[in-house]
Design a protein around this ligand. Structure first.
Ligand code: ADP
Ligand code: MG
Length: 239
């Protein structure tokens, strides 16, 4: 059974078809990259997998169960970084992590919070209001929130977009360690090709709401006759 299974998934808005009949399966423990130009449907796809956006048609199965009917059960084992959900601005970093930790029923929450704050270099910001942090700092708080329940399935929508190269590299290391320690399944939308080559077992390439190619980075690179994933991306986007 796949950790994530997407069947004929569609999302139509008034003016656009954001996602057009996509299908894919992700096995447990794999990290899969979701690549494609701005507006191609990545965030909409992740939002539908989380049950935050209602598909026009099609289904999302998590561990074989439909997310639409089993949201509460399934979301316990999942977590995410998504542009659709911002952490409450007026709560401090620590308060936010407490609230989310309680929502997920995390045991030994106090330890978990200090562990995550230490790993993500957030300890000195514990008492600061989340809304008053820089975007890179907020981003690390979002990752702390995303890891608070040791999710079996993790959806990351451009998790390092606002980070400087040094912190970005550090955060990639944390995601990598988390994935191998917990054998979690990760779907990662990203525009950073080094990130995708480093973290992902395979990639899905989206364009105009469709999946137009997929496979291991190396295979896509040789299939398209390019030197790296960035060149493959440019070839696909511009063709
Ligand atoms: P990506 O994350 O790949 O940049 P999105 O999934 O955010 O792309 O958007 C896909 C398409 O759907 C875009 O054309 C976008 O304008 C459109 N779209 C996204 N959300 C909405 C919405 N709430 N209402 C109308 N159109 C939307
Ligand atoms: Mg997006």
């Amino acid at each position: 059974m796949s950790a994530i299974e997407i069947n004929n998934l569609n999302k139509k808005y008034k003016r656009t078809s954001a996602v057009k009949n996509i299908n894919f399966k992700i096995s447990k423990g794999k990290t899969i990259g979701l690549l494609g130009p701005n507006g191609c449907g990545k965030s909409t796809t992740l939002g539908m997998i989380l049950g935050l956006i209602k598909p026009t048609s099609g289904s999302v199965l998590i561990n074989g169960e439909n997310i639409e009917n089993n949201r509460t059960n399934l979301l316990e084992k999942m977590n995410f970084i998504s542009p659709y959900i911002e952490l409450p601005k007026k709560l401090t970093v620590e308060e936010n992590l407490k609230v989310y930790g309680k929502l997920y029923g995390v045991k030994n929450l106090k330890n978990k919070i200090s562990e995550l704050m230490e790993v993500l270099n957030l300890t000195e910001f514990g008492n600061r209001k989340t809304g008053e942090l820089s975007s890179g700092q907020k981003n690390r708080v979002s990752l702390a929130k995303a890891l608070i329940n040791d999710p079996e399935i993790l959806l990351l929508d451009e998790p390092t977009a606002s980070l400087d190269p040094d912190v970005g590299d550090y955060v990639r290391g944390i995601i990598e360690k988390f994935a191998s320690k917990n054998n979690s399944t990760i779907l990662l939308a990203s525009h950073n090709m080094n990130e995708v080559e480093r973290l992902c077992d395979e990639v899905l390439m989206m364009k105009n709401g469709e999946i137009i190619d997929q496979g291991k980075s190396n295979n896509l690179i040789s299939k398209h006759g390019r030197k790296n994933l960035e060149e493959v991306f440019l070839k696909i986007v511009r063709s």
